[in-house]
Design a protein around this ligand. Structure first.
Ligand code: CAA
Length: 381
C-alpha cells in the first residue's frame, strides 16, 4: 500500500479544509445546539463535488477515489461531525449501491442528482426490532401486478428528515431470512411515506435522524435495486464501504478535539506556566496523535484495498472498530485537558466528546465489527 498522497489529493485536502473553515465552522455550533439540518452546506458541498466523491463524472460525481473520500470526510468531521455523517451517508450508503447495483436508467434518474448534491439520500435498513441483526427486518414488499407495495417502518435514519430518496430494504418472504430481502429506490414524496419526529440525541444533532413509515407505498418494478433476494448482499457490501467513511469521520472528530486541546494547553496557565509545559499533558498529546495517525492509516488501508478492487470487509471493520474506539479516548483526553471549562458549552470539546460516541454504534456496533473480523479470520462458528 502506498500511503503518500498524490498532488491531486493534497490539493483536495487544502480545498476541503478551506471550505470546512469558511463554510462549516461558522455554523457548526448552531447545527448542534439548535438541531439544524444544514441543507445549504450539503448543496455547497455538492457544488464542490463532495456529495459524490468517488462517483464517475459521467454520473454527476467528482470521479475521485476512496482515499480522497476519506480525506473529505475527515476534514469536514474535524469541524462538524453532523456535516461529516450527512455527506458520508449520501456518498457511501446511497451513491455507492446505485453505482454498484443500479441500471443505467436508475443512475440517470437517481445517481446524477444525488452525486451532484441536488438531491439528498438516506439508507433505510434499521427497524425497531432489527438493528445488529439486520437480516430480521419485518418491512414487507408485496408484489402485485408488476409493482411492489411496501409496508413497515425504519428507525434512526440519518438524513431522514430532509432526504429526497431512500434506499429501502424490505422482505418478500420473511421465512427466507436474508435471502428474502430486496432493495428499493424509494422517492420520499411517494404516497404513503411519512416521516415522524426527529430523534432527540446525545450528539450529531444536525444529521436529521428520523423514523420513516411506509404505508403500502407503491413502487414500480423499475425502482428495484438489484435482483429480488439480493438486498442483504446490497446492504452488506454497501456497509463495508460505509464503515470506511465512519472510520474517517472518527479520525476527523478526534483530530478536531486534539487541535482544540492543543490550542487550549498553549494559553491556559496553572502554577505559573502554560499547561502544555507539564509532562502529564505532553504525554496525553503523544498518546492522542499516535492513535489518530494509527486509525487514519487503517482507514486509508481499507480505502486503498477498495480502490484496487481487492476484498476489504476485514480491513473496513478493523478501521471502523479501532478509529471509533480511538475517538472515545482522544475526545475524553481532550476534554480532560480543558478541565472544568471542557465540561461547559463555552468550548467545542464537549461537542466532540458527545459526537464521537455514535461512531461506535452506527453502521455496525463495535461488537458487530469484532464478529465480522473474527468471522473473516476463522470463519463462521
Ligand atoms: N459483503 C457481501 N456479502 C456479505 C457480506 C459482505 N460484507 N457479509 C455477509 N454477506 C453475505 C454472506 O456471504 C451470506 O450470503 P449467502 O447466503 O450467499 O451465503 C449472507 O450475506 C448472510 O451472511 P451472514 O450469515 O454472515 O449474516 P448474519 O445474519 O449472520 O449477519 C452481520 C451478519 C455482519 C451481523 C450483519 O447483520 C451486520 O452487518 N449487522 C449490522 C447492521 C448494521 O451495520 N447496521 C447499520 C445500519 S445503517 C446506519 O447505521 C446508517 C447511519 O445512520 C449512518
Amino acid at each position: 500500500m502506498d500511503i503518500s498522497l498524490s498532488d491531486e489529493q493534497k490539493m483536495l485536502r487544502e480545498e476541503v479544509r478551506r471550505f470546512a473553515e469558511e463554510v462549516v465552522k461558522p455554523i457548526a455550533k448552531r447545527v448542534d445546539s439548535d438541531k439544524v439540518f444544514p441543507l445549504e452546506f450539503f448543496r455547497s458541498a455538492g457544488e464542490l463535488g463532495l456529495a459524490g466523491v468517488f462517483v464517475p463524472e459521467r454520473w454527476g460525481g467528482a470521479g475521485m477515489d476512496t482515499v480522497s473520500y476519506c480525506i473529505v470526510i475527515e476534514e469536514i468531521s474535524r469541524v462538524s461531525a453532523s456535516c461529516g455523517v450527512i455527506l458520508s451517508v449520501n456518498n457511501s450508503l446511497v451513491c455507492q449501491p446505485i453505482l454498484d447495483f443500479g441500471s443505467d436508467e436508475q443512475k440517470e434518474e437517481f445517481l446524477k442528482p444525488l452525486a451532484s448534491g441536488e438531491k439528498l439520500g438516506c439508507f433505510a435498513l434499521t427497524e425497531p426490532e432489527a438493528g445488529s441483526d439486520a437480516a430480521s427486518i419485518r418491512t414487507v414488499a408485496e408484489k402485485k401486478g408488476g409493482k411492489y407495495f411496501i409496508r413497515g417502518s425504519k428507525v434512526f435514519i440519518t438524513n431522514g428528515t430532509n432526504a429526497d430518496l431512500a434506499i429501502v430494504f424490505a422482505t418478500l418472504d420473511r421465512s427466507l431470512r436474508h435471502k428474502g430481502i430486496t432493495a428499493f429506490l424509494v422517492p420520499l414524496d411517494l404516497q404513503g411515506v411519512e416521516r415522524s419526529g426527529e430523534e432527540y440525541k446525545l450528539g450529531v444533532n444536525g444529521s436529521g435522524t428520523a423514523e420513516l413509515v411506509f404505508d403500502n407505498v407503491m413502487v414500480p418494478e423499475k425502482y428495484r435495486l438489484g435482483e429480488e433476494g439480493e438486498g442483504f448482499k446490497v446492504a452488506m457490501k454497501t456497509l463495508d464501504g460505509g464503515r470506511i467513511g465512519i472510520a474517517a469521520q472518527a479520525v476527523g472528530i478526534a483530530r478536531g478535539a486534539f487541535e482544540e486541546a492543543l490550542e487550549y494547553a498553549k494559553t491556559r496557565e496553572q502554577f505559573g506556566k502554560p499547561i502544555k509545559d507539564f509532562q502529564a499533558i505532553q504525554f496525553y498529546f503523544a498518546d492522542m496523535i499516535t492513535e489518530i495517525d494509527a486509525a487514519r492509516i487503517l482507514t486509508w488501508k481499507a480505502a486503498w484495498l477498495k480502490d484496487n478492487g481487492k476484498k476489504y470487509t476485514l480491513e473496513a471493520a478493523q478501521a471502523k472498530l479501532f478509529a471509533s474506539q480511538m475517538a472515545q479516548k482522544v475526545t475524553n483526553l481532550a476534554l480532560q485537558i480543558h478541565g472544568g471549562y471542557g465540561y461547559t458549552k463555552d468550548y467545542n470539546v464537549e461537542r466532540y466528546f458527545r459526537d464521537a460516541r455514535i461512531t461506535e454504534i452506527y453502521e455496525g456496533t463495535s461488537e458487530i465489527h469484532k464478529l465480522v473480523i473474527a468471522r473473516e479470520l476463522i470463519g463462521k462458528i
